[in-house]
Ligand binder design. Structure first.
Ligand code: 2RA
Length: 350
């Protein structure tokens, strides 16, 4: 029989994209059960062209599930993912609750697909969207050149902060549209007023060097996630990583400027070959023709787009590149779906 799938968090920003993706990919599922908070129960959503009623998250809703995708806040995952696993489901969790648990693999199928098969807790974790938006490209280069250090700056879309982030940017854009704002200190902040949404500063006509919560020594939680997750996915526990995470006025698609240092000397030509052939990567690198990835072009697509590949002028072992990836697709829902499909294939293998 085809496995039963539960989508827990079906009504959220990522859940919505997940339902689209489930309708677009080869259909490996039997029943697809849509689960959300009690507040959303009774809503009808379309998946695989069928209207399906959302049920409230409960022990009963997790009965008989083979694979459960969780796209809910950390505390809800921390509580409910182990319950689903205890009932026999393999959980693919997109929260931060289990990513650093040594008994939970952190999986990006193009980079470490094998890791998904060893899951002592019955849980497989999906990385954070910022890590995911670059790691497929970085992993391909690492496989050839041997990565020794990453220095990255992110340009993160507001949908990374959920629907509230998107609503806030749209409201702020309305407040500044057609004005001459953006020429005097604080003028945008005053115009935006209370419509800051989940961000600590206006994001319209601005960039905000902050994502996540404050951690020790001035780092943001988002920056520490990039470091810890890149190390775990690549299997490089001592990799040197520095990240600066920045929110920009983009609805969806995270970009990163990446400085990657390797054990071996690099050439742009070889890096181009590797990236052009890497599954899940599209090379778009011809600045003479105005070709490089931008979030406005990458949004809604599945691959990681890479351009601006340069060898460091001062270090023959380092590359600089610019990557864009849809933070809701490969950055979240698509990677979750890919992992879930590999588990489904395992469960139905003869
Ligand atoms: C963000 N990476 O973009 C976070 C969401 N998981 O805010």
């Amino acid at each position: 029989a085809r496995p039963t799938l539960a989508v827990v968090g079906a009504t959220g920003a990522v859940g919505t994209v997940l339902l689209e993706i489930l309708s677009q990919r080869a259909d490996v599922w039997g029943e697809i059960r849509l689960v959300a908070s009690a507040r959303s129960a009774g809503r009808k959503l379309t998946v695989r062209g069928e209207e399906t009623e959302v049920v409230a998250l409960s022990e009963e809703a997790l009965e008989g599930v083979d694979v459960a995708m969780f796209d809910v806040p950390d505390d809800i995952s921390a509580r409910w993912a182990p319950i689903a696993a205890a009932k026999g489901a393999v959980v693919v969790d997109n929260s931060a609750a289990f990513r650093m648990d040594p008994d939970v693999p952190l999986v990006v199928p193009e980079v470490n697909a094998h890791a998904a098969r060893v899951r002592p807790r019955g849980i497989v974790a999906n990385p954070n969207c910022t890590t995911l938006s670059m790691i497929v490209a970085v992993g391909a280069l690492h496989a050839e050149f041997g990565l020794s250090e990453l220095v990255v700056a992110s340009y993160q879309a507001v949908s990374g902060a959920g629907k509230a982030g998107v609503d806030a940017l749209r409201a702020q854009l309305t407040a500044v549209a057609g004005t001459e704002l953006g020429t005097q200190p604080g003028d945008v902040r005053r115009a935006v007023g209370d419509a800051m949404g989940p961000f600590p500063a206006p994001v319209a006509l601005n960039v905000v060097p902050w994502a996540g919560s404050l951690m020790a020594d001035g780092w943001s939680s988002e920056e520490l996630k990039v470091r810890a997750e890149a190390r775990k996915i690549l299997g490089l526990p001592d990799l040197r990583v520095s990240a600066t995470c920045v929110r920009v006025p983009v609805i969806t698609t995270h970009s990163l400027s990446v400085h990657a240092r390797f054990e071996n000397e690099v050439t742009v030509e070889r890096a181009h070959e590797i990236l052009a052939n890497a599954p899940g990567v599209v090379l778009c690198d011809s600045p003479a023709d105005g070709e490089f990835p931008t979030p406005a072009d990458a949004v809604g697509t599945d691959p990681t787009w890479v351009g601006r590949v340069r060898r460091s002028l001062d270090d023959p072992r380092a590359l600089d590149l610019f990557v864009c990836g849809d933070n809701l697709r490969k950055g979240a829902a698509l990677n979750t779906a890919q992992i879930a499909e590999s588990v489904a294939a395992e469960l139905t293998a003869p």
